[in-house]
Design a protein around this ligand. Sequence first.
Ligand code: ADP
Ligand code: MG
Length: 251
Amino acid sequence: MADKTVKVHVSNLKKSFGKLEVLKDISMDIHEGEVVVLLGPSGSGKSTLLNMLGGLDIPTSGEIKIQGKKLSDLNDEQLTIFRRRSIGFIFQNYSLLQSLTMYENIIAPLSLQKKKVIEMKKKAIELAKLLNIEHTLDKFPNECSGGEKQRAAIARALITNPKLIVADEPTGNLDSKNSHELLEMLKNMNTEESRTIIMVTHDPQIASYSSKLIYITDGKIVKELERKNMSQKDYFYEIMKITSTDAQLFF
Ligand code: ADP
Ligand code: MG
């Protein structure tokens, strides 16, 4: 739809590490409420792009605007504050702190905002119920399953109620049943709260949960595909076509 609010605007983004050109002129718009998947083979630059969208790394050239705010206009401290307030991060390795309980991990972002303990507790329990990990709150991460830890990492990403969520291979450590449950959950939360989700994956099946697909190879966007009214199955087949065309280039 033409009148949707642009949440993330990227223009002519380039990123090099030394002589290695990893992102080669990326331009795209992501709109409010979209679930966007960045799909592409390993090493194509997906994580690099996501890290820059989340303000974790700085582009070599080009521009990123989030909610109309140019990231390059912010100094380190402003960027940190912006990130904490506006963006929820979910990483593949969960990055939970082993010395904290699941509850303490989940509320960690709120303690940085100096919220009242009672408020934090209420929110953590609410999210834990929603994600079905209430029974794990007093445990330590090493006493929990991979699926439970991943859901705790999601609760932690959601606890500040960010309108933008960035997730890097969030189902990377889950079996297929847990992956699909998790994606259903994320999708439902997204429809209820008009959150924008940007997720990186190399798995076409995971990608079929998105509302828009951005296919990246070798640091360039080679294709964009919107799900629109397609069934998830038809969307999956369309995605497979894109990835297999790409595979033909290599084999
Ligand atoms: P993907 O997430 O699609 O698998 P990445 O964005 O992680 O790909 O990496 C893209 C390329 O950039 C790879 O060749 C990787 O080795 C390189 N790269 C990523 N981060 C760095 C870094 N900090 N320093 C040097 N090279 C990097
Ligand atoms: Mg990656």
